[in-house]
Ligand binder design. Structure first.
Ligand SMILES: NC(=O)c1ccc[n+]([C@@H]2O[C@H](COP(=O)([O-])OP(=O)(O)OC[C@H]3O[C@@H](n4cnc5c(N)ncnc54)[C@H](OP(=O)(O)O)[C@@H]3O)[C@@H](O)[C@H]2O)c1
Length: 290
């Protein structure tokens, strides 16, 4: 009799496979997690062949693979190379979410969408060159927003835009230097939506920044490590009105939705053997999770 256990191969680019990703997978219903650390391009096809050829066709929906770790670009290459190893129905479902970048960016966009459509909006992304910021910029542009991707270095911002996934509408995205005290109010008031996606513990603005933001409709801070990225947004804020009427989301407010999306996508992996979930597919599935 075929083994009906749901098995997740967890491919991680770091020295240790993420315990967070393992635990979320168990909570989402995976029966067995097979964690692989330090996975490189030389190993991935053999590992994926193990997932493809061990169980019969009818049982492939009970094997899936998750790509994580702190190196987004390498994880994405592993994911792409795995897709290239499949043929016909001989495939397993895959999910790409290195350091939670896709599920976090999708959760932030979905949080914003509970209040407004992004189409035609001016979106400012602080710390926009990281894995979360670049996914945010890609999704926001896809949804029709004009995006300014802020960095401490203009060249880094432009290079990050050059590396965005194909679905991003690059013509709607502009790389910009982080605002300083002199132009902060202007940047705030030229934006409908502000998202802080800087590294952990990076604070962008001083305490009183919200008083300058007279036209800002929505502000999202994704940094959960003190000090806050956008002070005066509280970690648990989920659509709380602050300042001059800005709807605010804090990192734990967005984090709750991120966890729902992460688990929902993992469950979806085991519903069929052909789910291939990267940024855009995770966004599409997330419509069902909030
Ligand atoms: N709430 C949640 O559920 C959740 C889940 C996952 C991640 N997160 C958070 O999401 C945020 C983004 O994650 P990530 O992995 O994309 O971040 P990251 O790669 O560590 O950093 C993003 C960008 O921050 C900028 N930065 C770094 N140090 C800075 C400084 N001192 N001053 C100004 N800018 C600085 C850098 O851009 P430049 O060098 O180009 O300026 C960097 O590319 C993090 O705070 C992370 O903890 C939250």
């Amino acid at each position: 009799m075929a083994d009906k256990r749901k098995v997740l191969l967890q491919f991680d680019t770091d020295q240790h496979a993420s315990s967070f990703d393992s635990l979320v997978a168990i909570d989402a219903g995976a029966d067995v997690i097979l964690p692989y650390a330090n996975v490189g391009l030389e190993q991935i096809v053999d590992l994926i062949h193990g997932a493809m050829f061990t169980r019969g066709l009818d049982d492939l929906c009970r094997t899936a693979a998750f790509f994580g770790g702190s190196n987004y670009e390498l994880s994405e290459k592993l994911y792409q190379r795995s897709l290239g190893a499949f043929f016909g129905p001989v495939r397993v479902s895959l999910m790409l979410d290195p350091n939670g970048a896709n599920t976090t960016a999708v959760a932030a966009i979905r949080a914003v969408e509970t209040h407004t459509s992004l189409d035609g909006k001016q979106v400012a992304i602080l710390g926009g060159t990281g894995p979360v910021g670049t996914r945010l910029a890609s999704l926001a542009s896809k949804l029709g927003a004009q995006v300014r991707l802020f960095s401490r270095n203009k060249q880094r911002a432009d290079e990050a835009i050059g590396r965005l996934p194909d679905f991003a509408r690059r013509e709607l995205i502009q790389g910009v230097l982080l605002p300083n005290e002199a132009n902060r109010a202007t940047v705030l008031n030229e934006s409908d939506i502000l998202i802080a996606a800087g590294g952990a513990g990076v604070q962008f603005f001083p305490e009183n920044w919200l008083s300058e933001a007279t036209g800002l409709k929505i502000a999202v801070d994704l940094n959960a490590v003190p000090p806050a990225g956008l002070p005066s947004i509280e970690p648990h804020d989920t659509g709380v009105l602050r300042g001059q009427g800005t709807v605010c989301f804090g990192p734990l407010g967005v984090g709750g939705l991120k966890m729902k999306i992460h688990k929902g996508c993992l469950r979806a992996l085991f519903e069929a053997n052909h789910r291939h979930l990267a940024t855009l597919e995770i966004y599409e599935l997330a419509q069902h999770y909030g």
